[in-house]
Design a protein around this ligand. Structure first.
Ligand SMILES: Cc1ncc(COP(=O)(O)O)c(C=O)c1O
Ligand SMILES: Nc1c(O)cccc1C(=O)C[C@H](N)C(=O)O
Length: 400
């Protein structure tokens, strides 16, 4: 049943600390209302009351498929092609290994220099482990389509650059990859819940992503993996854990992959995290992704105009053209770290990425124009009064 699209924002669906302007939903989304109760139910009423019976009576074993279908709806995938579990780094490894198997005569993994380091590290680790002479070829983001040569086995592309917010045209890059015979693997960490995505139309073989950013699943929420339906039976999983087995509870002596997308599961699902995520995803039930995108562009453009008018020392580090940007805006400044710390001290939460990038995420579910204007007024104050120029803001021992 399709619901009438809701008008954005829907701030009342989230716990947002009073007075805080949260521009970091591109790294960790806020707590959706009802998730605390869902966690309590999963812990007390299910785990506490049912113990081991929960796997059956509370549907824990089917959670990865159930939640996977909800995410499928947000990324343009058919039901039954997405499963949940592990971290995104693990899902990148699985998809990459499977992609190389689908293109055994080729030795190149193509990616770009804007990719998130963990994706690159996982590729390096896989290449070393395989020991078959694969090459990791890293090109500039703008050269990705031209770099789709006929030796590329897998093109592993993160759609939205975590630093600059630069967004690849998924369809155009996928078409270039497919024309060259490459297997396409998309990392949607900064796309899912941020921009409209249509993995099915792109024809890509694999898509992976995390659920703790725009999808608001909470810290440590599990990753998702999509495999194109016709390819699922051909995948020979590199991480052949028991819950990817066709009959896990037959405890057979040897691995046989499950028939469907379950073969991309590895081990025990993170039930509490999935319970939180399942509830969190309800916030999306009546959200139209095209409207979300329009709202995101409006907020982002307002932010850019206001910052450029108020803070001439800050340089836009994101594409100016909205069509080439995800749902974040970055500015650069040599003192970017200290400026972000000074902003955080004023309850405007952005973040910093080395060497000089200040990132701000725009999440139309819980941000409006007044938040954007207020954030830029505070940023202007931080810049004009050099609030950042304090020893406590210069300490660079940090975890995020
Ligand atoms: C594009 C991208 N890939 C991979 C990761 C790593 O994800 P995880 O820590 O869940 O393995 C992240 C974020 O941390 C990311 O933004
Ligand atoms: N996953 C994270 C974590 O466990 C701790 C701190 C930050 C993160 C992040 O998500 C980083 C993020 N991928 C980024 O775009 O920088």
């Amino acid at each position: 049943m399709t619901k009438t699209p809701v008008r954005l924002p829907v701030k009342d669906r989230f716990h947002l600390p009073e007075g805080m302007i949260y521009l970091d939903g591109n790294s960790l989304g806020p707590l959706p209302r009802g998730v605390d109760e869902a966690l309590r139910t999963a812990a007390v009423d299910q785990w506490g009351a049912h113990l081991i019976k929960g796997w059956n009576v509370d549907g824990w074993m089917a959670q990865p498929a159930r939640v996977g279908d909800k995410i499928a709806a947000l990324i343009g995938a058919p039901a039954g092609c997405v499963t949940m579990g592990d971290t995104l780094s693990i899902k990148v490894y699985q998809a990459l290994a499977a992609g190389l198997n689908l293109n055994p005569d080729r030795k190149v993994i193509l990616t770009d220099s804007g990719n998130f380091p963990s994706d690159i590290y996982m590729a390096e680790g896989l290449i070393k482990h395989l020991g078959q002479g694969h090459e990791l070829r890293i090109v500039a983001p703008e050269d990705v389509s031209d770099a789709m040569t006929r030796d590329v086995a897998v093109a592993m592309i993160t759609q939205v650059d975590y630093r600059t917010g630069q967004m690849h045209d998924m369809q155009a890059v996928s078409d270039a990859g497919h024309d060259a015979g490459a297997v396409m693997l998309w990392d949607l960490a900064h796309s899912a819940g941020a921009v409209p995505v249509n993995v099915e139309a792109s024809g890509c073989a694999f898509a992976v992503g995390c659920s703790y950013k725009y999808l608001n699943g909470g810290p440590g929420a599990p990753a998702f993996i999509y495999v194109r339906p016709d390819l699922i039976p051909k995948i020979d999983p590199a991480l052949s854990g028991w819950l990817g087995h066709d009959a896990p509870f037959a405890f057979e002596p040897s691995y046989r992959p499950a028939v469907g997308i379950e073969r991309m599961r590895v081990g025990t699902p993170p039930v509490l995290q999935l319970s939180a995520l399942e509830k969190a995803l309800e916030a999306w039930d009546d959200v139209d992704m095209q409207e979300l995108r329009l709202a995101s562009l409006e907020l982002s453009e307002l932010f850019i105009a206001q910052v450029e008018a108020r803070c001439p020392d800050l340089q836009l580090a994101s594409p100016r053209n909205g069509a080439e940007r995800g749902s974040q805006v970055s500015f650069s400044h040599p003192e970017g770290y200290a400026i972000v710390q000074a902003l955080i001290a004023q309850d405007v939460i952005g973040d910093f990425r080395a060497p000089n990038i200040m990132r701000f995420g725009f999440t139309p579910l819980y941000l409006d124009e007044a938040d954007v204007i207020r954030a830029t007024e505070i940023l202007e104050h931080v810049m004009n009064d050099r609030l950042w120029d304090r020893p406590e803001f210069k300490i660079t021992r940090r975890v995020t």
